[in-house]
Design a binder for this molecule. Structure first.
Ligand code: ZN
Length: 216
């Protein structure tokens, strides 16, 4: 075990939908060209904890491999390596720059996506913004995300509102990080992706795990 791992506490098991991955932290061979490994068949993730590496780089790699797992379990492996890189970088930044917590159903009024501070509104009247999906709207020009509080006269639970907020955040990331320059973001189902991200972050308290590691 490297020096870094002596100080931080990362999970050895990660629940991804209906399956549980084993996570191994080890020092990869010196000439290794990769710093992480994911296998859906073996339900195995490995993270390189070379002691030369700084903590943020190790945490980023940990999250990167989890996004490979989310892609495999929820998305049937639609993403290229570069898209996994963009997604995991965007979510790593998101956790780093916001206090958002997945477990307490909080509904923040402002959130950073990349370097832009977005206003979040929760409304029972949607339908006028740049990009309108059923329950969310995203405006790049106004830096605003809107989340619908109601569908067919039924009020959404706080949990559903948070899942819908995650989807709105993904729309923001697609724009802020230029995901749309990469083909595999053209046809992705952002509803399934946001459900996967929500469930995995919540089940494994990834926001708490990463933030508490950063405080060490
Ligand atoms: Zn990768």
């Amino acid at each position: 075990m490297g020096d870094v791992m002596a100080k931080i506490n990362l999970p050895k098991r990660i629940k991804v939908g209906g399956v549980t991955y084993t996570v191994i932290y080890s020092t990869f061979p010196v000439n290794s060209e990769i710093d992480g490994f994911h296998s859906y068949n073996e339900l195995l993730i490995k993270v390189n904890i070379n002691k030369q590496y700084n903590l943020q780089y190790i945490l980023y790699n940990f999250l990167h491999e989890i996004f490979h797992a989310i892609d495999a379990v929820y998305m049937n492996k639609v993403f290229t390596e570069h898209s996994i890189f963009l997604l995991s970088k965007a979510w790593y930044h998101f956790i780093f720059y916001n206090n958002f917590t997945f477990n307490n159903y909080s509904l923040p009024k402002f959130l950073y996506i990349f370097t832009t501070l977005y206003k979040i509104t929760y409304s029972d009247k949607l339908g006028t913004y740049d990009l309108h999906l059923n329950d969310i709207e995203f405006s790049f020009s106004e830096a605003e995300l809107r989340v619908s509080t109601i569908s067919n006269d039924t009020k959404f639970s706080k949990e559903i509102l948070q899942v819908n907020l995650i989807e709105a955040i993904i729309l923001g990331m697609i724009k802020e990080y230029n995901f749309s320059n990469h083909e595999d973001f053209e046809d992705i189902n952002t509803t399934i992706l946001s459900n996967g991200i929500y469930q995995v972050f919540k089940d494994n308290e990834l926001d708490i795990v990463i933030r508490s590691a950063l405080k060490q």
